[in-house]
Design a protein. Structure first.
Length: 329
C-alpha cells in the first residue's frame, strides 16, 4: 500500500479484510510501498513517513498482526531496487507501455507529471517486489491482473537468459507468481463516485464517531426522493450498499429496505442506523489503532524488525540472482 494518505472504508473492504483472513493460511508479506508513492508523487514527500506509520496503525486496527505476518518498508529493503534494475535489462519498453493502467492513469491524473521512467517502470518495480520473496501468490483485484501477467512474462524471460535448463543450471530460477484473485467490491464514496482519497468522499478508519455521523448525514441517496413518503430505490443506493456491507443486523436492513421502497421511512432514520452500524464496526478497529499508536516507538520497531526479516529473504534471492548473472567478484 502506498503511503499517500489515510486509509478508508474502501481499503478495508477492498484489501485489508482479505489480507487479515489470508494470514491464517499463508506466510504473508505486507509492505509500505514508499518508492511506489514517489512514482506519481515525487514532488510531494513531506508526509510519506507519517502516512506510513498511520497506515500501519490501521493495518493493525483491521486485524493484521505483525507477529504473524511480515510488515516492512520497501525503501528499507534496497535489494528491491537492485532486482528491479536487473529485471529492466531484459524488459522491452513496449511491454510497459501496453500495461492498461499506464495509459489510464496518464489520462486520469492529467495534473501530475507522469512522464518519468519511474512511472513507466512501476509495474516492473512491483514485479521485483513480488519475485524477491519467491512469492507463489499475490492477492489482487481485477485491475492488477495485467501487472501479474507482466511479472510472469519478465520472470520467464529472465529465467531463459540467466537460469538455463539443467545440466548447466547454477541454481533454481525466479518463481512465477499467480494472482490470488479477490472479488473486490468497489465501495462507493459519500458522493456515489468510487471512494477515494482524491475525491474527498471517504470515511476514514481513523474518523471519530462524530465525524462518521456527520459524513453519513451528508451521503448521497436516491435523488428523486425529496420527501420521506416517496418510494425510493434501494439498488445501487450507496446508503444501502453500506448497510449491506457494514450492518450485521440483517432483519433491520431488510425492514429498512422494505419501508424505503414503500416510502414509509425517512432518510434520517436510515442514515442514523447506518452511522450506528459503521461506528459499532469501527470501534474495535479504533481501539487497536489507538493502542498501537499510544506505544512509543512501537510501530517504527515493527517496521524496522519486519524490514530486517524481509531483507534476509531478499538477500538470499539476490545472491542466487547475482550468481546467475555472473556478477560474483
Ligand atoms: P494506491 O495506493 O495505488 O493509490 P489505492 O489507495 O487506490 O491505491 O488502493 C489501495 C488498495 O485498496 C487497492 O487494493 C484497491 O483495490 C483498494 N481500494 C481502494 N479504494 C477502494 C474502494 N473504494 N473500494 C474497494 N477497494 C478499494
Amino acid at each position: 500500500m502506498r503511503p499517500t494518505g489515510r486509509l478508508h472504508l474502501g481499503h478495508l473492504v477492498g484489501a485489508l479484510d482479505n489480507w487479515a483472513r489470508l494470514q491464517a493460511e499463508y506466510d504473508c508479506f505486507y509492505f509500505v510501498a514508499d518508492w511506489h508513492a514517489l512514482t506519481s508523487h515525487y514532488a510531494d514527500t513531506g508526509d510519506l513517513v507519517a502516512n506510513a506509520i498511520d497506515n500501519v496503525a490501521d493495518w493493525i486496527g483491521a486485524g493484521l498482526d505483525p507477529e504473524q505476518s511480515t510488515f516492512f518498508v520497501q525503501s528499507l529493503v534496497p535489494e528491491h531496487a537492485e532486482l528491479y534494475l536487473l529485471l529492466q535489462m531484459v524488459t522491452p519498453i513496449p511491454w510497459l507501455e501496453r500495461v492498461p493502467t499506464y495509459k489510464e492513469q496518464m489520462e486520469q491524473l492529467a495534473e501530475r507529471d507522469l512522464s518519468s521512467i519511474g512511472f513507466l517502470g512501476y509495474p516492473l518495480l512491483q514485479a521485483a517486489d513480488v519475485v524477491i520473496y519467491d512469492a507463489n501468490v499475490v492477492p489482487v483485484g481485477e485491475d492488477q491482473v495485467p501487472h501479474l501477467e507482466l511479472t510472469r512474462e519478465v520472470v520467464r524471460r529472465f529465467n531463459n537468459v540467466y537460469f538455463p535448463v539443467p545440466p548447466d543450471a547454477p541454481s533454481r530460477g525466479l518463481v512465477e507468481p499467480l494472482a490470488l484473485l479477490t472479488p473486490t467490491p468497489r465501495l462507493p464514496g459519500l458522493d456515489n463516485r468510487k471512494m477515494s482519497k482524491s475525491y474527498q468522499n471517504t470515511i476514514d478508519l481513523a474518523d471519530s464517531a462524530d465525524a462518521v455521523r456527520q459524513k453519513v448525514r451528508q451521503m448521497y441517496t436516491d435523488p428523486k426522493r425529496v420527501r420521506a413518503d416517496i418510494p425510493g430505490t434501494v439498488e445501487g443506493n450507496p446508503v444501502f450498499i453500506y448497510h449491506d456491507a457494514f450492518n450485521p443486523n440483517r432483519a433491520e436492513v431488510d425492514e429498512l429496505k422494505a419501508r424505503y421502497r414503500a416510502g414509509t421511512v425517512g432518510d434520517v432514520e436510515v442514515k442514523t442506523k447506518l452511522a450506528m452500524a459503521i461506528n459499532a464496526m469501527l470501534e474495535p478497529l479504533r481501539e487497536r489503532r489507538e493502542a498501537a499508536l499510544a506505544r512509543p516507538g512501537y510501530l517504527r520497531d515493527v517496521l524496522f524488525e519486519g524490514s530486517a526479516r524481509a531483507r534476509v529473504q531478499a538477500q538470499q534471492t539476490l545472491d542466487r540472482v547475482r550468481d546467475a548473472v555472473r556478477l560474483r567478484y
